[in-house]
Design a protein around this ligand. Structure first.
Ligand code: PLZ
Length: 441
């Protein structure tokens, strides 16, 4: 089935929300609980490359990729073809009942790209949170220990276990306790705010791990190599390597949560590579399958095999349609050199906001890596977080047809996660919309 390609330009033919979107929103508010609250004043009709077209015919610039998912674009032709073929063959058998080879082929492909030397094995699942849950199960089974340490500003999901690992209360945890036991939080590295070198921050982390948990009780340390929802916090150089070194010396596993940073997003297959670390387990999701729900835990074979037969699984885990999309997406990433494209996107965004920062000192920090960049807005005198400003910018940008995401423990971070296939002109236009709004505020 071939269709006209979606024009890669922004175009507003109605105000946002348009008349159809208004009606749909009314219906949404009737039938969908307010706990689920979409931010865009538009309803999607189609999406491709760097554009989402809405039901009223407006074309929006996508600077969010559905939260870092559509790295290869929302309907890459190769992914569409792979999905259509698979859907016609079979939609489901349950891998735990009647296996299919594509699952294994994807596991083999992950073995080739993850930054873990030696044989790895992968279990395929449905969501990022489910991957984190399973990594914790594996780590406990392997070490025979229970405690899991996560960091300040961490985000690992919304399920009962992963909420406990996630740092921020509103909106993720408020009124949902009690949380699972044996989850601990330790300070990490936030160079813009703590002013510590990687070495100093790691020392602080290690002291906390030793004094509050004890290596004898600690199964694993879990960390996002760049903290995502927490505000795209890039740890100071050397921080991660030091923490991983401590883990290895103390029989504690290190789990890299690369759900958001993975699959070329930061300019390498995985952010762990840039940090020079080798995790024992990696959690993967989002970019893995071009928008189909799929996740994975990939880890050293010896560690993964600590779990007894039947101990890992789930009805839909590694669904064949999602797996087909995964295989196709990884191929696209390689063929189209998306890691290099992501690096270039990082340069364009950095350049744009470095210019803007010269005129506007509320731009406190420009950080991130590759196609995962963020701006932290602060009061220039006090460094107080400017959450309202960020929210106002995001709301206005959305009205002007630019899909914009916020982040940060204090809500004062504007983050950019464009599809890595986005055209450069489109990206620059999206960024200009944002800096023009900023100049007016
Ligand atoms: N680990 C590092 O970034 C998901 C969440 C959006 P799921 N981040 C986006 C929201 O408000 O729910 C994420 C992540 C990291 C785990 C997860 C969880 O992945 O696929 O959303 O479960």
């Amino acid at each position: 089935m071939s269709r006209e390609p979606l024009d890669q330009s922004r175009k507003l033919v109605t105000e946002l929300p348009g008349p159809k979107a208004r009606e749909m929103r009314e219906s949404l508010d009737t039938y969908v609980p307010k706990g689920v609250s979409p931010s865009m004043p538009a309803f999607a009709a189609r999406a491709e490359g760097g554009i989402v077209e809405d039901v009223d015919g407006n074309r929006l610039i996508d600077l969010g990729s559905g939260i870092a998912v559509t790295t290869v674009g929302a309907s890459h032709p190769k992914v569409v073809e792979a999905v259509q073929e698979q859907v016609a063959d079979f939609t489901h058998t349950c891998f735990m009942v009647t296996p299919y080879d594509s699952y294994t082929r994807l596991a083999k492909r992950l073995d080739e790209v993850v930054p873990i030397s030696g044989q790895t094995r992968s279990v395929l699942l449905n969501s990022g949170a489910e991957a984190v849950e399973n990594a914790v199960k594996v780590a406990r089974a392997y070490t025979g220990k229970q405690a899991i340490a996560a960091f300040d500003n961490a985000y690992h999901g919304r399920t009962t276990l992963t909420m406990g690992l996630t740092a921020k209360n509103m909106p993720y945890k408020e009124s949902f306790g009690p949380f699972a036991p044996e989850l601990y939080r330790v300070p990490g590295s936030y160079p813009y705010r703590d002013g510590l070198s990687g070495e100093e921050a790691a020392q602080r982390t290690i002291e906390s791990l030793e004094s509050q948990i004890g290596a004898n009780n600690l199964a694993a340390v879990i960390m996002e190599p760049i903290q995502g929802e927490g505000g795209f916090i890039v740890p100071a150089e050397g921080f991660l390597a030091k923490v991983v070194e401590w883990c290895k010396a103390n029989d504690v596993l290190f789990i890299a949560d690369e759900v958001q940073t993975g699959f070329t997003r930061t300019g390498e297959w995985f952010a762990s590579t840039t940090e020079g670390i080798e995790p024992d387990l990696i959690t993967l999701a989002k970019g893995i399958a071009g928008g189909m729900p799929l996740s994975a835990v990939t880890g050293r074979a010896e560690v993964m095999d600590a779990v007894h037969a039947g101990g890992l699984g789930g009805t839909y885990g590694g669904n064949p349609v999602a797996v087909a999309a995964g295989l196709a997406s990884l191929q696209v990433m390689e063929e189209e050199g998306l890691a290099d494209k992501a690096k270039h996107i990082g340069e364009v965004i950095t350049e744009h906001f470095t210019q803007a920062q010269k005129e506007d000192s509320r731009i406190g920090d420009i950080r991130g890596r590759g196609a995962m960049m963020a701006i932290e807005f602060v009061d220039p005198e006090t460094k107080e977080p400017l959450a309202k400003l960020v929210n106002d910018i995001a709301v206005e940008a959305r009205k002007q047809g630019v899909i914009t995401l916020t982040a940060g423990t204090y809500g004062n971070v504007l983050r950019f996660l464009p599809p890595v296939v986005i055209g450069e002109d489109l990206l620059k236009e999206g960024l200009s919309v944002i800096t023009d709004i900023l100049a007016d505020m």
